[in-house]
Design a protein around this ligand. Structure first.
Ligand SMILES: NC(=O)c1ccc[n+]([C@@H]2O[C@H](COP(=O)([O-])OP(=O)(O)OC[C@H]3O[C@@H](n4cnc5c(N)ncnc54)[C@H](OP(=O)(O)O)[C@@H]3O)[C@@H](O)[C@H]2O)c1
Length: 263
């Protein structure tokens, strides 16, 4: 995820010389240095000391140790702290970092890897407007970045855009299987399904109409689309989506509680 962010920043015009990267494995770091031209170190404190903005991109399980280690440095330099770790609250992170720091939590998703991410962002009340703009610009370099006012809504973002790519992959799988069963070559079915999903997403993003209207525009009375949409509606697709979304939301809350209990 950190590599995706670095790549997006560089494509967007940030200078490699302004970016420092820290991780324990020097082999990985040298590969990152060669690929992006950024500065690297295995010393988290040294890395944090250089920065106006520190992005914490480690697994939640190692976050407490990383934060406690850099706390003396960031308490001195007071950069904007940004975490992309799922489930760890801004207050928990801030406490590990010694308290009182500006903190933004981001829930990114995997399409960030191809510059088409969708991230939800939450800022604590130490974050200034220019810092919000700075972090928003970073995440806009790998897709869309939208703020939520209530931190709990990051669970809702997780259930929507965090897990969301898998929902659409499931739809692709199901469409491909149905078309293949009807006799279309698997590779052809896959390409047609993917291009249809990408085309529909592009239309929804560009159109002045909402998705309901766009759907109606494809449905002519008595036509094929109407038959398919009626089948989805009668099969309870909307309720199923609501249930699936709720299950992901609940699991995100549970995982945050489990993580809080372990630290
Ligand atoms: N992947 C996703 O789709 C996704 C989506 C949303 C949020 N997230 C969040 O993003 C975070 C990173 O996930 P990821 O999938 O990118 O994990 P990852 O590929 O395992 O990357 C974690 C990085 O942390 C480094 N690291 C480990 N211990 C460290 C330490 N003590 N100090 C400094 N760096 C350390 C690792 O360095 P080495 O290379 O040296 O091992 C590695 O580069 C997680 O908190 C996850 O919850 C991920």
């Amino acid at each position: 995820m950190a590599s995706a962010i670095i790549g997006g920043m560089l494509d967007d015009g940030y200078k490699a010389g302004d970016i420092w990267v820290s991780a324990p494995d020097d082999g990985h770091l040298q590969a990152i240095r060669k690929r992006f031209g950024v500065s690297v170190t295995t010393d988290n404190r040294y890395c944090a000391q250089q920065a106006d903005m520190v992005v914490l991109a480690v697994k939640p399980q190692v976050m407490a140790d990383v934060c406690r280690d850099i706390a003396p440095v960031v308490q001195n330099t007071r950069p904007l702290m940004v975490s992309i770790a799922a489930g760890l609250t801004a207050d928990t992170l801030d406490e590990w970092l010694g308290g009182g720091l500006p903190m933004v939590r981001v829930m990114p998703n995997t399409p960030s890897l191809v510059g088409k991410g969708a991230a939800g962002l939450f800022a604590n009340n130490h974050v200034k407007d220019d810092q919000k703009k700075m972090v928003q610009a970073v995440f806009e370099s790998i897709g869309s970045a939208l703020w939520v006012e209530d931190e709990k809504l990051l669970h809702g973002v997780t259930a929507l855009s965090g897990s969301g790519p898998a929902y659409f992959f499931l739809m692709l799988e199901a469409l491909e299987a149905a078309a293949t069963e009807a006799g279309i070559e698997p590779a052809t079915a896959r390409e047609l399904a993917i291009q249809t999903m990408a085309g529909a997403a592009e239309m929804a993003a560009r159109s002045e109409h909402d998705p309901a209207q766009l759907k109606r525009n494809v449905m002519s009375p008595g036509g094929t689309t109407e038959q398919a949409i009626n089948t989805f509606e009668e099969g309870g697709l909307r309720d199923l989506v609501k249930k699936a979304y709720g299950a992901a939301f609940k699991r995100s809350e549970e995982m945050a509680e489990e993580l809080a209990g372990k630290q």
